[in-house]
Design a protein around this ligand. Structure first.
Ligand code: F6P
Length: 325
């Protein structure tokens, strides 16, 4: 295996709180082990277009507390094409980058997997997404901060729900996964969650209604996982039509969920995983995502990490159901 002297690092896909802490950890661990580090801007776009800078330890000073990513991020269409990936490989060679650390979610790690196979480039992935939907890791970088942001918002919405005796449908992010919705519902004492991992959307709404909206409570909050088919607006309209006596409102939290200073938990996770990424390179590992399971660092082959079926513990559905009577 060719010797690795220079490591490139990029962030890709939706930004997540803690990405900066991960960039810092990768950079400082790599420098301390004698590697050269190059920061690649705008994800794979910057790799194709040579937006690259040599990083020193100062390049990552004072970023651990900052949300977003100092490297910027992008969802690159061009990198999904063979021509785009070839261009990226040529830049890597010209810049003398021998290995890549990619911080991102499903799409970004899929890109890394294909790139690594096509060009025999060592790639290490770090799970950077608020969705927590990567397989083989208990947590992804950004998930904990976003969960706390959502709970903070729902606590505030609860004040109005109570004061006006309303039903609120609160839509949260998660793409195709209900981790954020289910756990924020438990943590905020919401009355229900509608998530993709449970029964059909219609059944879940029926279940909520069937339990008797507001029989024993003067307000209700339902957390809805975003969905291209039927979001919070859809459910609110249905309830309004069927139960005109209820005062129904919708709140779509949107991108405020992705911003903000990372929680201590995300900073620690990002620092541990970033450092473990360099250990992986030193160990000769390649094409794995670094994850955390039962508080231990694990290395998950890309093929496993990007499976679409990360299991949500069904016990969480029961807990919410029991506690929201
Ligand atoms: O993957 C992170 C995420 O925030 C998803 O939860 C959401 O569906 C998506 O990104 C939104 O993407 P964008 O910021 O490109 O609109």
């Amino acid at each position: 295996m060719a010797k690795i002297n220079c490591i490139g690092i990029l962030t890709s896909g939706g930004d997540s709180p803690g990405m900066n802490a991960a960039i810092r950890a990768v950079t400082r661990t790599a420098l301390s082990k004698g590697f050269t580090v190059k920061g690649i801007y705008r994800g794979y776009e910057g790799l194709m277009n040579d937006e690259i800078e040599t990083f020193t330890t100062e390049s990552v000073s004072n970023i651990i507390a900052r949300g977003g990513t100092i490297l910027k991020s992008a969802r690159s269409k061009a990198f999904t094409t063979p021509e785009g990936r070839k261009k990226a490989y040529e830049t890597m060679k010209a810049e003398g980058i021998d290995a890549l650390v990619v911080i991102g979610g499903n799409g970004s790690l899929t890109g890394a997997r294909i790139f690594a196979q096509e060009f025999d480039v060592p790639c290490i992935g770090l799970p950077g997404t608020i969705d927590n939907d990567l397989y083989g890791t208990d947590l992804t970088i950004g998930y904990d901060t976003t969960l706390n942001t959502i709970v903070d918002c729902v606590d505030k919405i609860r004040d109005t729900a109570n004061s006006h005796e309303r039903i609120f449908f609160v839509e949260v992010m998660g793409r195709d996964a209900g981790f954020l919705a289910q756990n924020s519902a438990i943590a905020s004492g919401a009355e229900a969650a509608i998530i993709p991992e449970d029964s059909t959307d219609a059944d879940q709404l029926e279940h909520f209604i069937g339990r008797g909206i507001r029989k024993s409570k003067n307000s209700s909050i339902v957390i809805v996982s975003e969905s291209p088919k039927c979001g919070a607006m859809f459910y609110a309209d249905r309830v309004k039509k069927e139960y005109p006596q209820y005062d129904v409102r919708v709140s779509i939290l949107g991108h405020l969920q992705r911003g903000g200073s990372p929680s201590a938990r995300d900073r620690i996770l990002a620092s541990r995983l970033g450092s473990a990424a360099i250990d992986a390179i030193l160990d000769g590992q390649r094409n794995v995502m670094v994850g955390i399971r039962n508080d231990e660092v694990v290395y998950v082959p890309f093929n496993d990490a990007v499976r679409p079926d990360k299991v949500l513990n069904k016990g969480l559905i029961r807990v919410l159901d029991e506690l929201s009577i």
